[in-house]
Write a protein that binds this ligand. Structure first.
Ligand SMILES: Cc1cc2nc3c(=O)[nH]c(=O)nc-3n(C[C@H](O)[C@H](O)[C@H](O)COP(=O)(O)O)c2cc1C
Length: 307
């Protein structure tokens, strides 16, 4: 264990003997200090949206295809021209140093090993370049929390491009922080610096609460920002945090290459729509009209097995 600003950060490395994701949660709780665990695990307010997300997944069902005459199912897929062995993306997840000293670098290694796609968060503990290097050439996306300071946005996008990311995920549902009761109960402040914010005039996030960090983010995001990021980077821009067909159309109209249906895992707006099948179905109808647009409906959570 390493103690960083009073936070007992795990540097333990061992093979995990776990049967399923709830068992992984139990193991994580043993080694992640209370404040960090509350930040990772908690939703906004009393977790209402988080609970609805879980319920919605409990209703999701799979209809198996029988007599398919296949011996070895092939899970590989292609996203934005990228070949993936596994059709899974690691959701952009902030501050992974709270869970382990190796932070996002080790996550990138793991995702690369299974042939998935890694999305780096702006608020990562590990820098863009280090996380990209750990991925060893495997595809990665960069998620942008837009700052009020456009020159800062440009410097992050420059770094991401230099590191070889294949797309930008623009998160639009977190212009302010969610009212997260766990963080209030634990009086949680980030003990570990956020590597990408070290150049930021407002500080690297260390010793700040999530509210203070979001205060530096842009509170006003519009279609022109999608256009501007696409033009600046010449990369596909995926708009994350879309919950209605109307907003999907607005994002597409602004030049988005993809839509990421998400309520931020129930961490932002309380009583946000859950991942109902209706929402997904209505978005799917859009793909009939806009065949070239990728609709991303990611069900997997981040460091915890929650949404
Ligand atoms: C600990 C934690 C940190 C997160 N950090 C970010 C982040 O930095 N940027 C972001 O866009 N989403 C972040 N998310 C949200 C996830 O990307 C993802 O949206 C969520 O876990 C899954 O819910 P969804 O299916 O509603 O997208 C975070 C989630 C968790 C659990």
């Amino acid at each position: 264990m390493t103690v960083v600003n009073g936070y007992e950060q795990s540097d333990n490395e061992k093979k995990l003997d776990i049967l399923n994701l709830p068992a992984l949660e139990d193991e994580a709780k043993k080694i992640i200090p209370t404040g960090g665990y509350g930040y990772i695990f908690g939703g906004s307010e009393d977790d209402w949206t988080l609970r609805q997300n879980t319920k919605a997944f409990e209703h999701a069902q799979i209809v198996p295809k029988a007599l398919s005459d296949i011996e070895s199912p092939d899970l590989s897929t292609n996203v934005f021209g990228l070949d993936l062995k596994t059709p899974v993306m690691m959701a952009p997840t902030a501050a992974q140093g709270l869970a382990h000293a190796k932070g996002e670098a080790d996550t990138a290694r793991g995702v690369a090993a299974v042939g998935g796609l890694m999305a780096q968060s702006t608020y990562s503990s590990t820098s863009i370049a280090d996380t990209a290097a750990a991925g060893n050439g495997a595809p990665q996306f960069f998620q942008l929390y837009m700052s009020k300071d456009w020159s800062f946005n440009e410097s992050l996008l420059d770094e991401a491009k230099k590191a070889g990311v294949k797309a930008i995920i623009l998160t639009v549902d977190a212009t302010v922080d969610g009212y997260r009761e766990q963080d209030i109960i634990n009086n949680f402040q980030f003990p570990i610096p956020m590597a990408n914010l070290t150049k930021f005039s407002e500080g690297d996030g260390k010793g700040k609460g999530i509210g203070e960090i979001y205060a530096s983010a842009a509170q006003k995001i519009g279609p022109d920002d999608v256009r501007r990021i696409a033009e600046y980077t010449d990369l596909p821009v995926i708009v994350k945090g879309i919950q209605s067909p109307e907003d999907a159309l607005r994002a597409i109209g602004a030049g988005a290459a993809g839509i990421y249906v998400s309520n931020h895992g129930g961490r932002q707006l309380m009583v946000a729509q859950h991942h109902s099948m209706y929402l997904k179905a209505s978005l799917r109808q859009l793909t009939t009209k806009y065949q070239s647009f990728l609709i991303l409906v990611f069900a997997v959570g981040a460091m915890s097995s929650r949404h």
